[in-house]
Design a protein. Structure first.
Length: 646
């Protein structure tokens, strides 16, 4: 039904999504909600206590942030992860418009995090191994105040309360299990953490029990029963996990740099591979770091179980990792997904967005994608007005059913090297085709060359890949470099590069690492950003101590002769399967196939594209003693690149 400009309406349950999603399951809260008919205007055009303000199919900022109601609830979950015989609870802190005390019903934007109470200092695992693949008996200690998955640690940080509460939303923080005021134990993506976060959605929909700080039962009588989940990193991982359960009432999620399968965070190609910048971190290290509940000792057996089951010896896929794989249940997602990732994110690597996006397509889940040039960062200050505008449309559409065009237009936006944005209908872009280049003794070429054996000696234990990739034309004993001639036209990489290499290893390291490199002096984006303090932008209503304003951020750049665009790793023992190892005969040549991290990247005209092969990757793989000899059959090896039309 068309709405007049400026009309105030009662909130209603959002309509089922586009793309064949079908009719969403009705909840008890939805059945009891007021009808979707317009509310009567108050005399003189003043707002009524029970209505949102909708102008041009958008909620308007008519509610007071300063007068918001603060509420704390401990919500019962379906898990007993600390094994104390009682169901775990998660602590939920809520801000909502004062008018919800007078009958206004609103939807809720939730951020679940293990970081609200801070984190502790925890020793990392040793990554320098002996000849038998065992640590030499010492531990590498690291300060985890900035963890591999970074997150905020103060109440209601950011902008959701300033921007969305005045527009008729509640906003909520939830302590993930085993952290802060919650009970249970952290398990780095385990099923119990999913159930803990899901309980917040269930309580808002009247399906879970909750208690106030005095222990009195409390219900979310002010809630429409509908919610969105969003966040970055670990906070952006939990929305995907919960949405994959198909929970009723979760209408939208915004995973920013989130994990889609924890195996691909701590493992790759059958080997132990670290998140960028956090060599030696693993599932148990992270769980120990965020275990901030009141009685931490109760979780010691649970976390010891993580250490035993995660398997840092073989790196094989197992039931431990299957439990933490959200892709297998992607068909259960009933929320509109606004996916965001950085092309320079080497913490939560780009594989996470690539495989989740593909799974969403396969199951026809309503979706939108932003792919930016930075790393593991929040996109809001990079593109503030556009981000708030599109996020606002997304939530209004899915949580209040407004026909505002949120799902119209191209679903993908990609930031270019010059920091302009390109819209496209899909990712990879339509028309992308596979281009095969052979690793020949004299470089990369479309046709195979003479089948020649070439060797390197592994020095990755002491030399970083960045050093090994430099100067591709010079002979180097510790790497093999293959490059194209200067490109006659720009080449747009758009997807997942794939390697097929004939190689043998002779020594203790089981790793084969490939680097895809752009050779040519240029100024390029790095993972970092910096604040532009010349201008502060106010995006919402402020309160004392929180102005509702922020500085924009700008990309950091680096001028250099080359850039490592993508990486890929394989444990040669897992050449046939990620789930089990096969014996390796030293010196025997094997056909090895593995993927690199997906990328959207343009190699400029006149630059050269290169593939560099090494064994140990100092910053990512376990580091065996130097000296493994790796022999590659040039002419019979190749890289397959997904190339988009330009």
């Amino acid at each position: 039904m068309a709405r007049q400009s400026g009309m105030r309406i009662r909130p209603r349950t959002a309509r089922a999504g586009l793309c064949g999603l079908g009719v969403a399951a009705l909840t008890a809260a939805a059945l009891l909600a007021p009808p979707a008919s317009p509310a009567a205007h108050a005399e003189g055009g003043e707002s009524t206590a029970h209505a949102l303000s909708i102008v041009g199919e958008r909620t308007q900022p008519v509610f007071s942030r300063a007068d918001a109601v603060w509420q704390q609830v401990d919500v019962e979950t379906e898990a007993d992860s600390d094994r104390d015989g009682r169901r775990d609870t998660v602590r939920m802190r809520i801000l909502r418009p004062r008018e919800t005390e007078e009958g206004l019903k609103v939807a809720t934007v939730i951020e679940v995090s293990p970081y609200w109470a801070g984190i502790g200092d925890v020793p990392f695992h040793e990554v320098d191994l002996d000849e038998d693949g065992l640590p030499p008996g010492r531990r590498l200690t690291s300060d985890l105040r900035t963890p591999g998955l970074s997150g905020p640690s103060v109440p209601f940080p950011g902008y959701t309360d300033n921007y969305f509460l005045p527009r008729g939303y509640a906003v909520a923080q939830v302590d993930s299990l085993g952290t802060g005021g919650s009970t249970g134990c952290p398990t780095s993506g385990g099923r119990n953490e999913t159930l803990g976060a899901k309980a917040a959605v269930d309580w808002l929909g009247g399906r879970a029990r909750g208690w106030d700080p005095e222990g009195r039962p409390v219900r979310a009588d002010w809630s429409t029963g509908d919610a969105a989940m969003m966040g970055i990193s670990y906070n952006g991982t939990l929305p995907t996990a919960v949405a994959a359960t198909g929970v009723a009432g979760l209408k939208a999620i915004v995973p920013i740099s989130g994990i889609s399968s924890w195996y691909d965070y701590y493992r790759a190609g059958g080997g132990v591979v670290a998140p960028g910048g956090y060599q030696g971190e693993d599932a148990d290290v992270l769980a120990k770091a965020v275990n901030t509940r009141a009685d931490r000792e109760i979780c010691r057996p649970v976390i010891d179980g993580l250490t035993a089951r995660q398997d840092r010896v073989s790196g094989d896929w197992s039931g431990f990792w299957a439990e933490r794989d959200y892709l297998r249940d992607a068909g259960g997602i009933r929320a509109g997904v606004f996916l965001v990732h950085g092309g320079n994110d080497w913490n939560v690597k780009t594989k996470h967005f690539g495989q989740l996006w593909q799974a969403l397509k396969e199951h026809d889940v309503p979706r939108k994608l932003w792919l930016h040039q930075a790393g593991h960062v929040n996109p809001m200050p990079l593109r503030m007005e556009e981000w708030l505008d599109q996020l606002h449309l997304w939530f209004d559409h899915w949580l209040y059913g407004l026909d505002n065009g949120a799902t119209a237009g191209p679903p993908v936006e990609v930031e270019q090297a010059d920091f302009s944005w390109r819209a496209q209908s899909d990712w990879p872009a339509r028309g992308t085709r596979a281009v095969t280049l052979r690793l020949n003794e004299d470089g990369l070429a479309p046709l195979p060359g003479r089948p020649v054996r070439q060797s390197l000696t592994d020095a990755g234990r002491t030399v970083a890949a960045q050093t090994l990739a430099a100067g591709p034309d010079a002979a180097h004993p510790n790497r093999l470099a293959y490059t194209t001639p200067p490109l006659r036209r720009a080449l747009h990489l758009n997807g997942v590069p794939e390697l097929s290499v004939r190689a043998s290893l002779d020594g203790s390291s089981p790793y084969v690492t490939a680097l895809l490199v752009d050779y040519g002096r240029d100024t390029r984006a790095t993972a970092g950003t910096t604040a532009d303090t010349s201008e502060q932008v106010c995006y919402g209503k402020g309160i004392p101590g929180d102005t509702g304003c922020a500085y924009r951020t700008r990309h950091r750049t680096e001028t250099a002769d080359f850039k490592i665009v993508s990486r890929g790793w394989l444990d040669i023992r897992n050449r046939h399967s990620l789930s089990h190892t096969d014996p390796v005969t030293e010196g025997r040549e094997y056909r090895l196939r593995w993927d690199m991290q997906p990328q959207d990247y343009v190699f400029k005209k006149g630059h050269r594209l290169g593939v560099v092969l090494i064994s140990t990757d100092h910053d990512y793989t376990l580091r065996y003693p130097a000296g493994t000899r790796m022999t590659v059959r040039a002419g019979l090896s190749r890289v397959v690149l997904p190339v988009a039309p330009r």
